[in-house]
Design a protein around this ligand. Structure first.
Ligand code: ADP
Ligand code: ASP
Ligand code: MG
Length: 834
């Protein structure tokens, strides 16, 4: 901060209520001021934090009755006098402070009693009572600064100014407007001419043209500071508060919000207008006209750089910040009679203006068929009356059909100078809100293109704020995950994620948080994320009986923008819940085939609920594990290729059995060995029946748009009918009775230079078979590695030479990696960079 002589050496510092909340705060402020370089400091101070609220609350009480006023007055006396006692050591210095305080507290009581008598407070009484807090805090600060300066000749002389003696304002369209000439003359008169000084000034209060007390509105001390900056032609204005600066979003609601180092007056003004309480919207104009930079800094961390607000644009993010205005009502005026009738909007807003109702946002359909605008929620009733009165005739004659008021809404606004002329911001904004399942009721774009604002339901505001904040990469894209089935695939996925989460955060701004893990009977939930390295012990130590309602509610936390379920089971019980999860707005990523290959009714319901809730359903690993089979099929289809047929070996187990079977060892022995080595399901009939292959074929068929059920597939089961009901051991024993038949098929194939392969095929007409086929030795299915899957797509483009996808089609590592890839795909759909 400079201290140039041509600026007369004045620097303005403003301390908000949070910076002077208690004795420690005063000590901090004093140390901070005494260490400033500028020779002349004008220090504008708010009331002690919460004091203005307490005073206004007393007015409210007086309007209701006067019974509780005494207690409120006592609490204020107790708070102030104990702070004085703590800070000011000499009784002689304390006396005048406490005397003035008692006198003004007495006046406050008198005013409150008068209000209690008539049960209604005039604006002027309100202004007077609300303004005492600034008088008390500034007198105390001035006394304390004087005490701390002591006799040190190096320290600046301290004085105190009551802003009502200097600052004269009159009511204006946009709030109080300064009478500059009068105020400048008064400032010349009251500010000391000494070279080195600290002048403490009351924030918030001022006089009107008649010399009576008024205020600059709630949070008005910021405005006081910039007016003082202008009156004194200060080199800079520093607003000291309890956060690090103007932040990319309200830090109470978005924990990842970051300090914006540099922003323009316009950006700061838009952010303030749309609810960033850290700075008052009117603060800007006096500073802008004189080009005085405004710094926002943290009293509790004075060394940090803070934010600089000036005319200079920074070349960082196009979007600087995102804010919300709470508790607004959306009014919609609709009528065919408005089309082409000039002046409807003028009349509407004229009527609102005469009733002193400020409109926060307007959005007019270009058809002129409706006008939609937002007003502060507390004014909703009044607005309805005003509008109905203004258009009584049109309503009567049905030219205006509807005046609709939607309460409990919020406005969310994205702000940044860099948005102007940059295409795609609005669609990105609305897309992010859509992805987070947030319904937009109205949108408006400032003609400056410096902000886009959307009206949404009030209870979605925090979620919207976080989603948009992440959507513009101001913070990470957070996805809350609930993993079900930490078995082979699930636990491998957790291990893979453990090694990648940090990198994903750094490189892609992507924050996957596994906030719930469920087994078939137990679950563990974590607020931030379950420790992926130690999830097993967390499940053991903090696990509880599985409760789906709690699991869902926890994973789908209101404060996180996105939530997804990861199903690593093979269970119907889990897949039956997908529709429910979609309805709750959660995405589903699954390695489980059951839902996609189950009844068409349920499948249709899934697609319907998925779509209507704007959620995603990803299941690449349900066919061919990590191999890109479903994605390949979709790419072909979406680019307009005509898929004629799909065929393949879709079972690693069956691929293995027939790769190994060469007639030398009986087929039943190969099955037994494969089971012993873990290549088959515990009951090998699950593989040999062909049902698993049929399910995969169904999934592919439905991707193609064929409406097939399992019954429509011709399946050749390799489990003899007689052995369906026997135990596993009996089955393995008795299978040898069928070895000869299998050997005969093998020999027959070999004699025609062919091999046996268990193949699933599907054509575009819906014919689907799963069976043991004899294929020429040069067929691509004849030469695959032991447990590989292989799939051939025959299409219009790939006709003579089909497209083949081949590779390991089973195993925890590749399946888990496939699920992980689906999760990353989901994140990209949700807006993460990729
Ligand atoms: P003071 O008492 O210093 O005037 P305020 O409470 O009026 O402080 O304003 C600071 C508060 O504004 C912060 O503590 C923070 O909770 C809130 N706030 C809301 N939006 C923002 C934002 N975009 N950047 C910084 N602070 C914000
Ligand atoms: N004390 C006043 C208020 O609480 C003004 C301010 O703090 O800026 O609104
Ligand atoms: Mg403030």
């Amino acid at each position: 901060m400079g201290s140039e002589a041509d600026n007369h050496g004045w620097a303005v510092h403003k301390f908000g209520g949070t910076s002077v909340a208690d004795a420690d705060c005063f000590r901090r402020v004093s140390a901070l001021l005494h260490s400033q370089e500028s020779p002349r400091l004008a220090v504008v101070v708010s009331a002690m934090g919460g004091m203005t609220n307490a005073l206004l609350e007393l007015i409210g009480q007086a309007e209701r009755s006067n019974s509780a006023i005494g207690a409120g007055i006592d609490a204020i006396r107790q708070r102030y006098s104990s702070t004085v006692d703590e800070l000011i050591s000499s009784a002689t210095d304390r006396a005048p402070l406490l005397e003035a305080f008692e006198r003004e507290l007495g006046e406050t009581s008198d005013i409150l009693n008068a209000i209690a008598l008539v049960r209604s407070a005039a604006q002027r009484s309100r202004d007077v009572v609300a303004g005492y807090g600034e008088l008390w805090s500034t007198r105390l600060l001035a006394a304390y600064l004087t005490q701390e300066a002591g006799d040190d000749p190096g320290k600046r002389a301290v004085s105190w100014i009551d802003a009502r003696k200097v600052l004269v304002v009159e009511p204006g369209e946009l709030g109080p407007a300064v009478l500059w000439e009068r105020s400048t003359a008064l400032a010349d008169e009251h500010f000391p001419a000494t070279d080195k000084c600290i002048v403490v000034i009351t924030g918030f209060i001022a006089s009107d043209a008649d010399g009576l007390q008024t205020t600059l509105g709630r949070n008005g001390s910021d405005y006081s500071a910039s007016i003082m900056g202008a009156l004194l032609n200060a080199s800079d204005i520093t607003i000291w508060t309890d956060v690090g600066g103007v932040m990319s979003a309200d830090p109470n609601r978005v924990s990842e919000a970051a300090v914006i180092e540099q922003l323009t007056y316009n950006e700061a003004m838009e952010l303030a207008y749309f609810g960033a309480k850290v700075i008052h919207p009117q603060t800007m104009s006096p500073a802008v006209e004189r080009g005085i930079p405004i710094f926002i800094k943290n009293t509790f961390e004075p060394g940090a750089p803070g934010s600089k607000v000036s005319a200079i644009a920074s070349n960082g993010h196009a979007i600087k910040g995102i804010t919300t205005v709470e508790n607004v009502a959306l009014v919609n005026l609709e009528g065919t009679g408005m089309i082409g009738v000039p002046g409807t909007a003028d009349r509407l807003f004229g009527a609102l203006r005469s009733a002193n109702i400020s409109v926060i946002l307007i959005s007019q359909a270009s058809s002129e068929h409706s006008i939609c605008f937002a007003v502060p929620g507390r004014m909703a009733d009044e607005v309805e009356t005003v509008v109905r009165r203004a258009f009584a005739m049109e309503l009567d004659q049905n030219q205006i059909q509807r005046v609709e008021i939607r309460r409990d809404c919020s406005i969310i606004a994205v702000v940044g100078d860099g948005m102007a002329g940059m295409p795609g911001i609005a669609s990105r904004f609305l897309g992010t809100l859509g992805n987070a399942g947030i319904n937009v009721r109205a949108i408006a774009q400032g003609s400056s293109e410096r902000n886009i604002s959307a009206v949404i339901d009030g209870d979605a505001a925090t979620r919207a704020l976080r989603a948009a904040h992440a959507g513009f990469y101001l913070s990470t894209e957070t996805v809350s995950l609930g993993l079900i089935g930490p078995g082979n695939v699930g636990s491998t996925l957790l291990a893979q994620m453990a090694t990648q989460v940090a990198r994903l955060k750094d490189t892609f701004n992507l924050d996957f948080r596994v906030r719930g893990i469920a087994t078939s009977s137990r679950m563990v939930l974590a607020d931030k994320s379950i420790d992926l390295q130690n999830w097993g012990s967390e499940l053991e130590a903090n696990g509880e009986p599985l409760d789906w309602d709690r699991f869902n509610a926890h994973v789908n936390a209101e404060h996180l923008p996105h939530a997804a379920i990861v199903d690593c089971t093979a269970s119907n019980e889990v897949s039956d819940r997908y529709a429910d999860w979609f309805t709750q707005g959660m995405h589903v990523v699954t390695a489980n085939k059951k839902a996609q290959s189950g009844s068409l009714d349920y499948y249709d319901e899934l697609l319907r609920t998925r779509r209507s809730n704007n959620t995603h359903f990803l299941y690449e690993t349900s066919v061919g594990a990590g191999l890109p089979i479903i994605q390949t099929l979709r790419d072909l289809k979406e680019t307009g290729d005509d898929i004629l047929a799909i065929e393949g070996i879709f079972s690693g187990t069956l691929a293995y059995l027939f790769n190994v079977f060469d007639g030398s060892t009986p087929f039943s022995s190969i099955v037994r060995e494969a089971r012993d080595s873990g290549y088959t399901e515990p009951d090998p009939r699950d593989d040999l029946s062909g049902m698993d292959v049929a399910r995969k074929l169904i999934i592919l068929a439905r991707e193609l748009g064929l409406r097939l059920e399992l019954d429509d597939i011709e399946i050749e089961s390799l489990v003899p009918k007689e052995l369906h009901a026997s135990s596993i051991d009996e089955f393995l024993g008795e299978l040898s009775n069928y070895d000869d038949a299998m050997l005969n098929r093998y020999k027959k194939a070999r004699d025609s230079n062919e091999v046996l392969r268990y193949v699933g095929s599907l054509n575009k007409d819906g014919k689907a078979t799963v069976r043991l086929e004899s294929l020429p030795a040069e067929h691509s299915f004849a030469h695959i590695n032991l447990t590989d899957n292989i799939v051939r797509f025959v299409s219009g483009r790939y006709s003579d030479n089909p497209l083949v996808v081949q590779g390991p089609g089973a195993g925890p590592a590749v399946t888990a990696a496939g699920v992980f890839a689906d999760l990353l795909r989901l994140a990209r759909y949700l807006g993460a960079p990729g």
